[in-house]
Ligand binder design. Structure first.
Ligand code: HEC
Ligand code: HEC
Length: 273
């Protein structure tokens, strides 16, 4: 008698237990492979079919949070790299070819001797470093520095030709410019030039813009240019319309300068010749 009773009690228990296990499995599969993937996939921008396939492992990836998408157009930045062959070329250029390119292509605007008739518009080349000239030519060619006049001029020049003409103008340096040290009009500007302003995170201009200061190799000589041109370039860095400076060096500095400081710094460097 007791055996029969046990069997009768056992049967519904087994049925219930099986039903619960199947139910848990079904719920697990439904939520794990369908409901959660579809909800999360929807938030991540994935359609339900892809989301289910991904959760089953048929497609790679998992529904992840939607990443911010940049719609800003890609801005070309400088592609100059200072390799040994380029540096060797700048130090040992083909002088005759540099002279010829300068006379035939550049002289009309930058002057035969690298000194221009209208330096506020056309920057002086004599007195500039070969590395700085090469860097700017390369940037005009790659589009990193935009200018309607200079970009077509350099479009057909090879890297070697740019190095030759850069070295040609740089060699005219001693012929004309003598840097003379003058005092800045205001003590604040003098401080920015010599020691910077740590409160504003401004490094000293001189820590880079000084021959032998150990600044970046492409740092231009400033005292050869007019104050108009210098101020224009700092304003262009400040507004971001010129963005070919590596590591944003000059943009991050110019952004912190007031308009009056930019004018005074331009004046200061202009007076140093
Ligand atoms: C038609 C006139 C014209 C000709 C030709 C020309 N340039 Fe220029 N150049 C300009 C102007 C204008 C600028 C200023 C552009 C700017 O603000 O970005 C400039 C800027 C430059 C700069 C940037 C200087 C700096 O410190 O910011 C360099 C370097 C340069 N030119 C070199 C040359 C060389 C080398 C040639 C010959 C291969 C040449 N240019 C031919 C008009 C000219
Ligand atoms: C960390 C080094 C560094 C410091 C500090 C620095 N500069 Fe520069 N500056 C550069 C470099 C490098 C360039 C060339 C950018 C490029 O590649 O186009 C440049 C370019 C410029 C130009 C454009 C010149 C031209 O011929 O186109 C001006 C103007 C200038 N700097 C002014 C200043 C002034 C003023 C200060 C101080 C407030 C300053 N810089 C501090 C590194 C520096």
């Amino acid at each position: 008698m007791s055996e029969d009773v046990f069997r009768e009690i056992d049967r519904p228990w087994r049925l219930w237990a099986s039903a619960i296990v199947v139910g848990v499995l079904a719920f697990g599969c439904l939520s794990g492979f369908v409901i959660l993937p579809v909800i999360q996939g929807y938030q991540a921008g994935i359609d339900p079919y892809t989301a289910i396939c991904r959760s089953l492992g048929i497609l790679p990836g998992s529904p992840a949070a939607r990443q911010p998408v940049s719609t800003a157009p890609a801005a070309p930045v400088s592609q100059v790299s200072w390799g040994p062959s380029l540096i060797a070329r700048l130090n040992k250029p083909d002088a005759a070819r540099g002279q010829e390119i300068a006379a035939s292509v550049c002289a009309a605007c930058h002057g035969e001797k690298g000194l221009t008739a209208d330096p506020a518009q056309f920057p002086n080349m004599a007195g500039q470093s070969a590395f700085a000239i090469y860097k700017q030519l390369h940037d005009y060619k790659s589009g990193a520095r935009a200018n309607e006049i200079m970009q077509p001029v350099v479009a057909d020049l090879t890297d070697e030709q740019m190095a030759d003409v850069a070295a040609h103008f740089a060699a005219l340096q001693q012929a004309r410019w003598e840097q003379t040290w003058v005092r800045a009009a205001s003590p604040q500007v003098e401080t920015i030039v010599r020691t910077g302003d740590s409160a504003r995170g401004l490094p000293a201009c001189e820590s880079c813009h000084n021959p032998r200061s150990g600044g970046p190799i492409e740092t231009p000589v400033l005292f050869a240019q007019t104050k108009e041109y210098l101020a224009l370039q700092m304003q262009a860095f400040k507004s971001g319309s010129r963005k070919n400076d590596l590591y944003r060096r000059m943009r991050s500095i110019s952004e912190k300068l007031t308009d009056s400081e930019i004018d005074q710094l331009a004046q200061y460097y202009f007076e140093q010749r």
